[in-house]
Design a protein around this ligand. Structure first.
Ligand code: SAM
Length: 246
């Protein structure tokens, strides 16, 4: 299964690319984006200047960073050419690369001061440890990260009786015969993985209800969503880690 990991994931994300941005323009998605903006601000007490976006998709990370800061350089990478095709249509002058996040050889050490990977993109890497090492290598001293992963014991997964460390994941609201291989994490596993190279680690739960398509139709539930996620982070759909390089 692992051999086919990237090949499969390229195909899955390529297949959903044309519907991806249009699916996440509802009120619930806007609230999700607001939350990510707050976490980006939390991670970066000083303004970021050189950003690397892992699994940049159709350009949401670029859009969010641009709304906070007008003077920064941005580089997006993604394994899906189709996702990057949509990105390029929206932002023709922005630099993107088509390769997987576990191999960032293209970049010199200490090239970036902020690495982000939002809306669970990190969960789809073919190699978790290698990706963390690469992030650490390309990050400048005291550079920051904001990384989102799928939570292992989320309400969505419990309801679907899924408890393993890997999942055949389908993104919310887009029907497809395929799936993306993904890693899922608990808060303590995530902490253990990042702790050797990172400090000021904060891990928050996020979007307990949003993982279940049904609830995301009711933005009125947003505050309950935030409250439950804060109280029981592992039950949330995503875990978001922010930290700085040691
Ligand atoms: C859930 S989407 C998130 C896209 C974007 N970050 C956003 O928030 O809109 C996951 C993205 O990760 C990309 N991806 C999956 N596996 C990847 C890998 N190994 N390396 C880089 N990108 C990957 C997919 O092609 C897809 O664009």
């Amino acid at each position: 299964m692992i051999d086919k990991w990237e090949e499969n994931n390229k195909e899955y994300w390529g297949g959903v690319a044309s519907n991806y941005s249009n699916t996440y323009i509802d009120n619930w998605s806007n609230l999700e984006n607001e939350f990510i903006l707050q976490r980006i601000c939390y991670a970066n007490r000083n303004p970021f200047t050189k950003v690397l976006d892992l699994g940049c998709g159709t350009g949401l990370g670029y859009k969010l960073c641009s709304s906070l800061n007008t003077k920064f350089s941005y580089t997006g990478i993604d394994i899906s050419n189709e996702m990057l095709g949509v990105f390029k249509k929206n932002h023709p002058n922005i630099v993107t690369f088509n390769f997987g996040m576990s191999n960032l050889q293209q970049f010199q050490p200490k090239t970036f001061d902020f690495v982000l990977s939002i809306f669970t993109a990190f969960s789809y890497t073919d190699n978790v440890e290698k990706t963390i090492n690469e992030i650490s290598r390309v990050l400048d001293d005291k550079g920051t990260i904001l990384i989102s992963v799928i939570s292992r014991y989320s309400m969505r997964r419990i309801l679907n009786l899924k408890f393993g460390k890997k999942e055949k994941y389908k993104t919310r609201g887009i029907s497809s015969n395929g799936f993306s291989y993904s890693w899922v994490f608990t808060k303590s596993e995530l902490h253990k993985l990042f702790q050797p190279d990172f400090t000021n680690i904060s891990i928050v739960g996020y979007n307990t209800l949003g993982g279940v398509s049904f609830f995301s139709k009711f933005p009125r539930l947003w505050k309950i969503n935030l409250f439950v996620s804060k109280l029981f982070p592992n039950l949330s759909h995503e875990l978001i880690i922010t930290a700085s390089k040691k």
